[in-house]
Design a protein around this ligand. Structure first.
Ligand code: SIN
Length: 287
């Protein structure tokens, strides 16, 4: 049991709020270790701190691992880096001179694992809410340990040892329709095991998602499609999902290896602004 802070469960699926911790101070080793344990156990952690500055945000992220490399080079990103530390990414629909000031600007997004299309996807993502719409733009998280455990045994047996192909296209992605390969050379893709063993918990997690996973290797296309459709439906069952309704000052940290996330729709006429940073994994995901 943690001694340096309290926890409050967010749902029966996953998630805990961390209470009684001053996010503006540097934590001692015991507190850092307890936070790491709480993250492994709960998959998703919520901290609340209005006006958390970039320095405090960076220091808190560094408690959980190495700060992540940005997937896209600085010159291809929309943020104004005269005001933002380069490790951060803005998620925003706010437009200046007609152009979004951040990435992933508008509307609904289907379930996905961040950077699953890379050889070594990020272990964690930390997202801090600055401005949120009056309704919608919620983020849903699922528990991929529970999803794996709930799959029919015949499917588990069939896919063990297989890999799935994941792709993401920064230019042409349609968040409602999924990813379609394009001719511009901007498609990032990689194969990973369909079920992975989490390096920290040692537990098996389903590692496919509706937005980015295209097919399973060495299976006929129709069988791959049918198995993936079942996996997506099981992984998104309400009992495995927590939906977070954002308030400015909320800071969420999630584990990308054992959880996928999705976003609900929101009005284009309302402002949404969040600051994101990622945590590196030590190695590519393994079966
Ligand atoms: C993301 O996928 O990192 C964005 C989630 C969100 O905007 O709620």
């Amino acid at each position: 049991m943690a001694k340096n802070f309290d926890t409050r469960p967010l749902s029966s699926a996953l998630g805990a709020e961390i209470l009684g911790l001053d996010l503006t101070r540097t934590f001692d080793t015991a507190t850092t270790e307890e936070l790491a344990e709480a993250w492994t156990e709960n998959i998703l952690l919520l901290f609340r701190k209005p006006d958390l500055d970039q320095g405090d945000h960076l220091r808190l992220a560094a408690c959980f691992g190495r700060i992540g490399e940005r997937p896209r080079p600085k010159e291809q990103r929309p943020e104004d880096f005269s005001k933002l530390h380069p490790a951060f990414m803005l998620i925003s629909n706010i437009r200046e001179n007609g152009k979004p000031i951040g990435s992933l600007p508008d509307g609904e997004m289907m379930f996905h694992h961040d950077t699953i299309y890379k050889k070594q996807p990020h272990l964690g993502t930390m997202l801090y809410a600055i401005e949120v719409p009056s309704t919608g733009g919620n983020t849903k998280f699922n528990n991929c340990y529970k999803a794996w455990d709930a799959l029919p045994a015949a499917i588990q047996t069939r896919v063990v040892g297989h890999k799935a192909f994941h792709a993401y296209d920064y230019e042409t992605i349609d968040h409602r329709q999924g990813v379609k390969p394009n001719a511009h050379g901007t498609l990032d893709s990689f194969w990973h095991p369909v079920v992975i063993t989490h390096p920290r918990s040692g537990r098996r997690a389903l590692y496919v998602d509706r937005l980015m996973t295209q097919r399973i290797d060495d299976l006929p296309q129709a069988e791959s499609d049918a198995i993936l459709a079942t996996m997506f439906d099981v992984a998104e069952r309400p009992e495995f999902v927590y939906e977070h309704v954002w308030t400015p000052g909320d800071l969420l940290l999630w584990d990308n290896l054992c959880s996928a996330h999705a976003r609900t729709d929101f009005s284009i006429n309302e402002r949404r602004l969040l600051r994101r940073i990622q945590i590196e994994a030590d190695a590519p995901p393994a079966a």
